[in-house]
Design a protein around this ligand. Structure first.
Ligand SMILES: NC(=O)c1ccc[n+]([C@@H]2O[C@H](COP(=O)([O-])OP(=O)(O)OC[C@H]3O[C@@H](n4cnc5c(N)ncnc54)[C@H](OP(=O)(O)O)[C@@H]3O)[C@@H](O)[C@H]2O)c1
Length: 434
């Protein structure tokens, strides 16, 4: 059996684990692909840098052409990250007739459909299991195991950094900045945490998952996105008093003519599967018309779990190459799917108001909500804030149109008896949670 020679772009956190598995578990890879697989060349930025794993059999290079233009390299693994030059290198590899395995969510969220189309034309495969949920098998689940279903809904916690921070805020009452600093100290958050904390990472993953689950092209810029920076520890306590946890929720729903896609902090019933996801773990709850509810849970990031998905893809790919079968994705990713504007989405909401500590205020608030057809599901009246002679009023609504909830917030803010609305969060009420 001919040796399949692999070119690896990137030898960082994930790349070094992939290189190590390919070289140190050669027998496993050979046995499972039916023949030898050799890591031939590895692209890095700085060839002199100290590495946690230095490939023994592969040559390091700083010139991508030595991989992309080498006819002896049969498979390219892209683990550089970022948009460019990663996107161009993937495109060049496909153009040169080389199948690609990538973990790059940014590239796949924005350009996945066109790269998959190009790959189809060039007769090669593109695998991207590791781009969503690290080691959790999500893409293959949608691509193969759930193909018989109409997927109606996905509810997920798919960013480990934010879940770690949220968990610290909930468990220890930590302020956001302190929980973030701890996440950074323990290696769960980057020095610049914007990409995770502002919800970009989760939005890209939700886009890729929904593209495959709902069979159509989704514009990642149309996904509604809010991060966790504004969360206050007090809201975790009030949410708990009402039987809820708070998570950065990635939510997707197929409405037939439109899809609903949003990433934002949300109250989730304590009984919900996602409320039990702690630390940096991820979980995805999928609903299909035939299968019912499926839960996938595991480590959504980290070098080893992500390498598990990457090397799994490589094995599957090489195996299909050797069998002479194409494993190209069976999902039509050319059909554009319209994303429902956020104002048209229906959701329950949690509002924390600072109000004048006098009678009649709740009636005023209830009238504004009632005039907009928003009904109240629970009210908590909290402690007096003495220096402002204000009371804290917490309201949980039943599901309503987001546009009406925003109008309500504006009208409430304008009331003379309302001093401020420090928190406005969405909620999944138990009836719609599962
Ligand atoms: N880390 C995770 O937990 C995780 C989880 C899921 C998915 N992913 C995805 O996996 C990919 C890799 O992530 P990572 O954490 O392993 O990244 P990383 O640690 O930053 O490693 C990136 C590697 O790519 C090389 N590189 C970057 N730009 C380059 C360029 N222009 N030319 C040549 N080499 C370049 C770097 O070379 P030098 O070493 O010489 O600097 C480095 O070896 C990303 O798409 C990421 O989103 C990561």
């Amino acid at each position: 059996m001919e040796t399949v020679r692999v070119g690896l772009l990137g030898l960082g956190i994930v790349g070094s684990q992939v290189a190590e598995r390919l070289e140190c578990q050669r027998e496993l890879v050979t046995e499972r692909t039916g023949g030898p697989v050799e890591l031939a060349r590895v692209l890095v930025r700085d060839a002199a840098k100290q590495r946690t794993y230095l490939p023994s059999g592969a040559q390091l290079t700083t010139d991508a052409s030595e991989i992309l233009e080498d006819p002896g390299i049969g498979v390219v693994i892209e683990l550089m990250g970022g948009m460019e030059p990663a996107r161009t290198y993937i495109e060049r590899a496909i153009d040169a007739g080389k199948p690609v395995v990538t973990a790059n969510k940014e590239v796949m969220a924005h350009h996945g459909p066109e790269l998959l189309q190009l790959a189809k034309r060039r007769g090669v495969d593109v695998y991207f299991e590791a781009a969503v949920g690290g080691g959790i098998p999500l893409i293959s689940t949608f691509k193969i195991d759930l193909l018989a279903n109409h997927i109606s809904r996905i509810q997920a916690v798919i960013n480990g950094t934010t879940n770690f921070i949220i968990d610290r805020m909930a468990r220890d009452g930590a302020a956001f900045d302190d929980a973030l600093a701890e996440a950074q100290r323990l290696g769960f958050a980057e020095a610049d945490p914007t990409y995770d904390v502002e919800g970009w990472d989760a939005a890209f993953k939700l886009t890729i998952m929904s593209t495959i689950a709902f069979h159509g092209r989704i514009d990642p810029d149309a996904v509604y996105r809010e991060g966790i920076r504004g969360l206050d520890p007090v809201d975790f306590r009030y949410a708990a008093d009402m039987g809820y946890a708070i998570r950065l929720l990635a939510y997707a729903r197929d409405h037939g003519d439109e899809v609903e896609l949003r990433v934002h902090p949300a109250l989730i019933p304590q009984s919900h599967l996602l409320a039990a996801v702690h630390d940096a773990y991820n979980a995805v709850v999928i609903e299909g018309d035939l299968v019912g509810t499926v839960l996938l849970y595991g480590q959504g990031a980290g070098g080893r779990p992500t390498a598990s998905a990457v090397v799994g893809d490589v094995i599957d790919l090489v195996l299909s190459m050797r069998k002479g079968v194409d494993n190209r994705i069976s999902v039509d990713v050319t059909r554009p799917r319209r994303v429902r504007p956020i104002d048209e989405v229906r959701t329950a909401a949690y509002l924390r108001l600072h109000v004048a500590d006098r009678s009649g205020v709740l009636a005023e608030v209830a009238k504004i909500l009632g005039d907009l057809g928003i009904s109240i599901s629970a009210v908590l009246q909290k402690q007096l804030i003495v220096e402002h002679a204000a009371a804290e009023l917490v309201i949980l609504t039943h599901p309503a149109r987001e546009g009406d909830l925003r109008t309500a917030r504006e009208r409430l803010t304008a009331l003379e008896t309302v001093y401020g609305i420090p928190a406005f969060l969405r909620a999944l009420i138990p009836e719609e949670a599962m």
